[in-house]
Design a protein. Structure first.
Length: 290
């Protein structure tokens, strides 16, 4: 589908060109986007030497990639994968620690990093295309938050999940937001308070991931999800995803009022007319995306 992958590299704000904030040589493009088949994009975290830690530059690049794909009408589903020995090790603790020499002890940089991370996570939720995590090895702290934020998640049987901040005196408060909205309350508190590694099978039991695949096949599983989604009406998928996240934050009565109005609006879509007609006439629908 694509001869050359798209790369996203954003210098961290406040850093010298060609250098990371702590003065080290900058990494290559931390995010790579490929399009392996029609309607599907794969976003790959590509800082393997840093275990795909979410540096400021990584967050900026990931946010930019998600914004571009959100607006790309050729993309109907997105797979979030990673290259290297870990899916994502969370925030870049070396980068954060290096900023303690700042005049304010790093406070402004920490606030910028956490705000940007929150924006990236909310961008995934607000993206009109479903985002599917393909997890191998470990997803810890903000890496686990990233998995919990995605609409669907597939894990290799070797995958491990953890919110270990409590073990180093830094409670996983921002990962808690996504985690507590995706697993039962007692399960979330267990992960947050104990900081222990959770197996892929346990993560599936908790509801953190949808499916557990054989070692090395998480991307294949995520692509299978993406392929199925890409074959459906993009207009219906987009309105459905938005409605899901809106209604779940409201009261039962408000949720039904809102969902009923969404259903009425959806019935007026050309794709609804086409899909219902195709079902009645026993033929394959021809989606128009509107």
């Amino acid at each position: 589908m694509q001869d050359k992958p798209e790369t996203y590299a954003h210098p961290a704000r406040g850093a010298a060109p060609g250098a990371s904030p702590n003065g080290a040589k900058a990494d290559g493009p931390p995010v790579v986007v490929t399009r392996p088949e029609p309607g599907v994009a794969v976003v790959t975290l590509d800082r393997p030497a840093a275990r795909n830690a979410l540096s400021l530059a990584m967050l900026e690049a990931l946010g930019a990639a998600m914004r571009d794909l959100s607006q790309d009408t050729d993309v109907r589903a997105i797979v979030l994968a990673a290259n290297g020995p870990a899916f994502c090790a969370g925030h870049d603790l070396k980068e954060l620690t290096a900023r303690r020499v700042d005049a304010d002890g790093g406070r402004a940089f920490y606030a910028l990093t956490m705000r940007l991370c929150a924006d990236v996570m909310q961008g995934i939720v607000k993206c009109p295309k479903p985002v599917i995590a393909a997890v191998h090895a470990t997803a810890t702290a903000a890496g686990c938050q990233l998995v919990a934020t995605c609409d669907l998640a597939v894990a290799s049987v070797d995958a491990k999940f953890c919110t270990p901040g409590v073990n180093i005196g830094l409670f996983c408060s921002t990962p808690m937001v996504a985690l507590s909205r995706n697993v039962p309350r007692k399960r979330a508190m267990e992960m947050l308070l104990l900081g222990e590694l959770l197996s892929a099978d346990a993560a599936a039991d908790y509801g953190l991931v949808n499916r557990v695949m054989a070692d090395g096949t998480a991307v294949d599983g995520a692509l299978a999800f993406a392929r199925q989604i890409a074959a459906k009406s993009p207009a219906a998928v987009a309105v459905g995803k938005e409605a899901f996240y809106h209604q779940i934050e409201t009261t039962l009565a408000d949720a039904y009022d809102y969902a009923a109005e969404v259903m009425v609006q959806n019935m007026m879509f050309e794709d609804a007319r086409e899909g219902i007609g195709a079902f009645i006439e026993k033929r394959k629908p021809d989606w128009k995306g509107c």
